[in-house]
Structures are given as C-alpha cells and as structure tokens.
Design a protein around this ligand. Structure first.
Ligand code: FES
Length: 156
C-alpha cells in the first residue's frame, strides 16, 4: 500500500505533464523506491486509480523497462551490468562472470544475506565508458576486476 507521502509525490509529479497518464513512469519509480527496490501489484493498482488508468496499463508500462522490478525483491545493493553492444565489446561478459564468481550467485539472483542482487540490463546510455554497471542510483564505468573487487569490499 502506498504511503501518504508517496501518493503526495505522485500527485506533485502530475504538474510536469499535460496528461495524468504521462506520470506513470514517475509513479512507478516512486512506488518502487518506497518499497525497497521493487514494485508490487497492489501499488500498481493504486497508481492506476490515481492516474485514471487500468492496472494492466500500469503493469505493461513497468514491465517494458528493465529499471523496474515487478514483484521481485532486490538486495540492498542492486548491481545492474550493461550487456549491450559497446559494453559487450569491451568485456561485459567477463565482468558478469567475475561478479558471479565473487558473489557466489548467478545473474538474476540475490545473495543469501539479501545484501546484493545481480542483474543484467540493456544500454544505460554510457557507452563511451564501457564496460559499465549501475548500483542502485550510481554509475560505475570503465570497469575492471580490480574496480569491482574494491566496490564489493565497500559493500561488505
Ligand atoms: S552499451 Fe553499455 S552503456 Fe551503452
């Protein structure tokens, strides 16, 4: 259930758009952030009510983008490695394998202590600094094994 604060944030975001429906991505982002990194069906139903949409339309919009996680809780740190063309050419697969080995999980999984979730995503718009990944809201670029080891140490 969305908090009163989340509902107010969604209502405030409406000012940016001519049409209420255009705020759907903002609304899902707000709901996901409030819920610790994933959005649940119940919240999408509330968003639909606020934006005067059908719940299935909110679900379809959220399901289209990899930055939204529907009904899949994530760890405190959500690592999303880009595996699109530039990053692939610059070694994304190697980076992903290194992360899987270091964390002891496969892509799409969360560590047993719920600390870290590892995902792969399509282009994050930082192709010039490939290979790269996003952890929560931060970008990490020009990745090497050493940089990843350093980052994982900080997350421990
Ligand atoms: S291909 Fe990885 S950021 Fe664009």
């Amino acid at each position: 259930m969305l908090s009163e604060q989340a509902k107010q944030e969604i209502l405030a975001s409406l000012k940016k758009y001519h049409d209420k429906r255009s705020a759907v991505m903002d609304a899902v982002r707000i709901a996901q952030k409030e819920n610790g990194g994933h959005v649940v069906k119940r919240d999408m139903e509330e968003i639909a009510e606020i934006l005067e949409m059908q719940p299935v339309e909110v679900n379809a919009a959220a399901a289209f983008y990899t930055m939204y996680r529907i009904d899949k809780p994530v760890g405190r740190h959500h690592i999303q490695v880009c595996r699109n063309i530039s990053c692939s050419l610059m070694g994304a697969e190697h980076i992903i394998k290194h992360l899987e080995r270091s964390l002891g999980i496969k892509t799409g999984e969360t560590t047993t202590d719920h600390r870290i979730t590892l995902s792969t995503v399509e282009c994050l718009g930082s192709c010039g600094t490939a290979p790269m990944m996003q952890v929560n809201d931060e970008y990490y670029e020009n990745l090497t094994e050493a940089k990843i080891d350093e980052l994982l140490k900080k997350m421990a």
